[in-house]
Design a protein. Structure first.
Length: 269
């Protein structure tokens, strides 16, 4: 019987063994009975010895199957690297934290949140519809007020019921642009828009008479040197506007508000 010895550590190798039980070196015998040692890049996590190729366990200490070993196992050796343990703890913590977050997110009822948001927005009008309705109300008030001023200047009379119609027109525009929504926010927009249209109509009339006064007093040439949209004209027009108002204007304004209220009542959505 030929006795084999490991060429790596010199330990005696059993007859039927193909590796050294001490160092793990694989023994290969060719036709010349020469022995060679072959190692893989794997290293035992318990004894830190190199592990032979084609083996799933360390032959030096005990047959621990490496394929079943992961960082999450509790069988990490006390002598294993500190950073390996730290990495394992961090990985486990992140995994548990992410699972908790997923469970909390899945437990949230997004429909309830959207319903609450929609209720708040519809009640206070803080949404796109509110902005659109406000913008449309302002634009219609400016255009309507300007048309009313042209009619008043052209006829020489301020037709009162046209002021009422202007206010109702602004309220109707707000009602249509808001998708026919009803409620206090849109009612307020409609009322403010209607009054704004009447006031702007008076402003355009005052601006016209002021421009005529400047032309008659200083001449057309000097009047042309001042822009009609300058701060001088705007401020002066607002200063003479109170002289253009009368008790009937208040009546027309009240009638306009009543018409707006009839269109947009206080019923909620």
């Amino acid at each position: 019987m030929n006795t084999k010895f490991c060429i790596n550590c010199g330990n005696e190798i059993p007859k039927n063994s193909v590796f050294c039980p001490k160092c793990g070196a694989v023994v290969k015998t060719d036709s010349s009975n020469k022995e060679e040692s072959e190692y893989s890049n794997k290293q035992c996590i318990y004894c830190y010895q190199k592990i032979p190729k084609n083996l799933k366990y360390c032959p030096s200490c005990h047959p621990k199957f490496l394929n079943n070993y992961t960082l999450n196992d509790r069988e990490i050796s006390k002598n294993s690297n500190f950073f390996t343990k730290l990495f394992s703890n961090i990985t486990n913590s992140i995994s548990k934290y992410s699972k908790n977050i997923d469970q909390k997110v899945k437990g949230v009822n997004l429909n309830k949140i959207n319903a609450v948001d929609s209720s708040i927005l519809s009640r206070y009008g803080i949404d796109k519809t509110f902005i659109i309705a406000t913008s449309v109300g302002i634009v219609v008030a400016l255009i309507g007020g300007y048309i009313w001023s042209l009619i008043s200047i052209g006829t020489g009379y301020e037709i009162g019921f046209m002021a009422t119609g202007l206010g109702i027109l602004c309220g109707f525009a707000v009602h249509v642009s808001s998708g026919q929504r009803k409620g206090t926010p849109f009612l307020q927009i409609a009322i403010v828009s209607s009054l704004f249209g009447i006031i702007m109509g008076k402003f355009f009339v005052a601006h016209y008479y002021l421009n005529e006064f400047v032309i008659e007093t200083y001449g057309a040439y000097l009047a042309s040197q001042i822009s009609p949209y300058s701060w001088f004209y705007i401020k002066s027009a607002f200063m003479i506007m109170p002289d253009l108002f009368s008790g009937f204007d208040i009546l027309w304004g009240i009638l306009a508000i009543l018409g707006v209220v009839k269109i947009l009542n206080k019923g909620e959505d």
